[in-house]
Design a protein around this ligand. Structure first.
Ligand code: SF4
Length: 230
C-alpha cells in the first residue's frame, strides 16, 4: 500500500457497554440498518469524499466508473471542467478517439461491467496557466488500491498520462512518454501505456504514426477477445 489510507475498512474490535464488539465498517447504520457489500460501501465512501475539498475550485464531484465484473480498466488523469459538469468521462473528442483505438461503441464503453474508468484524481482539480492542473495528490493514495482490489477480473489496464504511468508502471517506465509507449510490448498483455487520445496530441501522433499503424490493431484485437469472453 502506497501512502496513507484515510479509511481502514478492516473489521476491528471495540469496547462498549455490552463488552467487546466486532465492528464491520461495511455495515452502514441508519434508522434502518442496511448491510452493504464491500464494493457498495467503497463506492459510497468515495462518492462522499471531501479529503482535498479545500483545494478544489468547484468542490468535490468524484467521477469514476467501476464494477467488480470489469475486465478492462482505463486509468486516466483527472476530470476536466466539462466532465465535472456532466459526470461523464471521455464524452468528447478524446473519448471518440479512445473508443476508436479500442474498437468499442459508446454503449460498451460506458458499461462498467465491461470497462472501468478510474482517474488518478476523481475530482476536477482546477486550471493553471498551462491548462488543467494535475490530479490532486491525495486522491490516488486514498482510493486507487482499494478500487483495484474490488476488480479482480481486470485483464488489461490502459494507462493514460504521466501520473497514471508513475502509479501503475513505476520504475519500469522509459526515459519519457514516447519511449514508454514505444516499449509497449514490455508491459503487454496486462498493461498498455497509451499516448493521450486528445486532439491536442495530434502532432505527437503524426510524428509517431507507427503507434496507430502497429499498436492500435493489436489493442483492438485484445479488447475484442476480452469482451467476447463469457
Ligand atoms: S479528488 Fe479524490 S481525494 Fe480529493 S475530494 Fe475528490 S475523491 Fe476525495
Amino acid at each position: 500500500m502506497r501512502g496513507y489510507r484515510p479509511f481502514d475498512f478492516r473489521p476491528f474490535d471495540k469496547s462498549s457497554d455490552y463488552g467487546t464488539i466486532s465492528v464491520n465498517p461495511f455495515i452502514v447504520l441508519g434508522t434502518n440498518p442496511t448491510v452493504k457489500t464491500e464494493f457498495e460501501a467503497l463506492v459510497e465512501n468515495a462518492k462522499a469524499c471531501t479529503i482535498c475539498a479545500a483545494y478544489l475550485p468547484l468542490g468535490p464531484r468524484p467521477v469514476f466508473q467501476i464494477h467488480p465484473a470489469s475486465r478492462i480498466l482505463i486509468v486516466s488523469q483527472a476530470p476536466g471542467r466539462k466532465v465535472h459538469e456532466t459526470g461523464i468521462p471521455f464524452n468528447d473528442a478524446s473519448g471518440n478517439r479512445l473508443r476508436d483505438w479500442m474498437g468499442v461503441d459508446r454503449d460498451t464503453f460506458y458499461n462498467p461491467e465491461k470497462i472501468a474508468i478510474l482517474p488518478m484524481g476523481f475530482c476536477y482539480p482546477g486550471t493553471g496557466s498551462s491548462g488543467d492542473l494535475p490530479p490532486r495528490p491525495e486522491c490516488a493514495p486514498a482510493w486507487q488500491d482499494l478500487f483495484l482490489a474490488q476488480m479482480p477480473r481486470v485483464e488489461l489496464k490502459l494507462i493514460i498520462g504521466t501520473y497514471a504511468l508513475k502509479w501503475h508502471v513505476g520504475k519500469r517506465q522509459g526515459a519519457n512518454l514516447t519511449e514508454t509507449v514505444k516499449n509497449w510490448a514490455e508491459y503487454w498483455p496486462s498493461v498498455l501505456p497509451l499516448p493521450h487520445p486528445s486532439p491536442r496530441n495530434n502532432i505527437w501522433l503524426a510524428k509517431n504514426a507507427w503507434y496507430e499503424a502497429t499498436v492500435v490493431p493489436v489493442l483492438k484485437k485484445r479488447v475484442s477477445a476480452i469482451l467476447n469472453k463469457t
